[in-house]
Design a protein around this ligand. Structure first.
Ligand SMILES: Cc1cc2nc3c(=O)[nH]c(=O)nc-3n(C[C@H](O)[C@H](O)[C@H](O)COP(=O)(O)O)c2cc1C
Length: 356
């Protein structure tokens, strides 16, 4: 069982949805990195449930940094952030203990941990754990910003509605930094929110696609085998609960193109090698080529829906039906953005340690 990720910098997430506290430990951060509690609060705010398109659980997330930071800078020793769980409603999960929610982690968690784990509210598998991850993300993002590297994510699709494509990346990323609902086109965002609400009113849920761009990356990060930039980022991003696909550049669409359309021609620009197009998403041979890195994650519709569903009763050994009463996000996509930014920044920061 392995709950530590990273090579030069390591990240551990701990806690359960209905336990007393959740948190993270980050080890290997160099001393002297800026730690701005306001920026941490901001990232937590971006993942907070909002309005009638998210869970009604109140998540104020008053975080505490209990080690690794002094006078607003990392000390270089392990950094630990704790967040208490508030507004826990255990009664919502009592009738689910023997009847796993289809497509949630209740069944696999029960098998793996031999019935010993606290799986209430999704337990350790819960999206709650993206709170300490998002908090740590503020530190990773600031460390990258110091080096002129910026990361940003928008909902490129949700409930079948597309956002506009990225345009001027510097402008769009600055806009997304403060966008509570992470879309580039407000009208399309409104349409997405209406579609999410409609699904929720029908007792159902929807999914979508999060697109991340990283600018300011140097060429040369990554390795050709195993520790490819795509491999490391995918490894991290598949940890986000509900992520079911990751692609880079034009991704699966590249498989339909001829080489003449898929290749990114090189040219010199101000003494730098650049590509005229970026179908490969800034990565060739597992190594960054200096162009913006582009990736997308496919996020499935929330597993917990109000409609009746078929399941099994693990105690009785019979087939069963459940109706899930608890508070759930009808769409996870907007809330997963802060976790995606955090893990993307973490992987890039870890890779940059190899270049110092
Ligand atoms: C921010 C966030 C919030 C989530 N909220 C819910 C939720 O309210 N209900 C639910 O069933 N799943 C929710 N999930 C997803 C589940 O945690 C996830 O589907 C589950 O752990 C199974 O993992 P898998 O979908 O990757 O197989 C959330 C995920 C994230 C990232």
């Amino acid at each position: 069982m392995n709950n530590i990720f990273g090579r030069n910098i390591t990240l551990t997430l701990f806690g359960e949805s209905h336990g007393p506290e959740i948190g993270c430990v980050v080890d290997g951060l160099r001393p002297g990195l800026p730690v701005d509690e306001g920026a941490i609060a901001h990232q937590l705010d971006l993942r907070r449930p909002r309005g009638n398109i998210a869970t009604a659980r109140v998540e104020p997330d008053p975080f505490r940094i209990v080690s690794g930071v002094r006078q607003g800078r990392t000390t270089g020793t392990p950094l630990c952030i704790l967040i208490p769980n508030r507004d826990v409603k255990i009664e919502d999960y009592v009738n689910l203990s023997d009847t796993p929610r289809p497509s949630h982690a209740d069944y696999t968690g029960w098998v793996k941990y031999r019935g010993c784990a606290d799986l209430r509210g999704g337990g350790h598998f819960s999206g709650r754990l993206t709170a300490p991850l998002s908090a740590a993300g503020a530190i990773f993002l600031a460390a990258l910003a110091e080096r002129g590297i910026r990361v940003g994510t928008h909902m490129t699709r949700c409930a079948g509605i597309a956002d506009r494509s990225f345009g001027d990346l510097t402008v769009d990323l600055a806009y997304l930094d403060n966008a509570a609902f992470p879309v580039l086109d407000a009208a399309r965002g409104q349409a997405m929110q209406s579609a999410i609400l409609q699904a929720a009113q029908a007792g159902d849920s929807v999914g979508g696609v999060l697109e991340t761009v990283i600018i300011g990356l140097p060429a040369g990060l990554g390795d050709p085998w195993f520790d490819t930039v795509e491999g490391l980022l995918s490894h991290a991003l598949f940890s986000i609960p509900a992520v079911k696909g990751v692609e880079f550049g034009d991704g699966f669409a590249l498989a339909e193109l001829r080489g003449s359309a898929a290749n990114d021609p090189f040219r010199w620009q101000n003494g730098q090698v650049v590509t005229e197009t970026n179908h490969n998403g800034g990565i060739n041979g597992g190594i960054t080529n200096g162009m913006p890195l582009i990736l997308r994650t496919a996020i499935k519709p929330t597993a917990s829906i109000a409609l009746p569903q078929k399941t099994v009763n693990l105690a009785a050994g019979t087939d069963a039906e459940i109706r899930i009463a608890g508070r759930h996000d009808p769409c996870i996509v907007p809330r997963a953005r802060a976790a995606q930014d955090a893990l993307t920044a973490f992987v890039i920061l870890d890779l940059l340690c190899n270049t110092i």
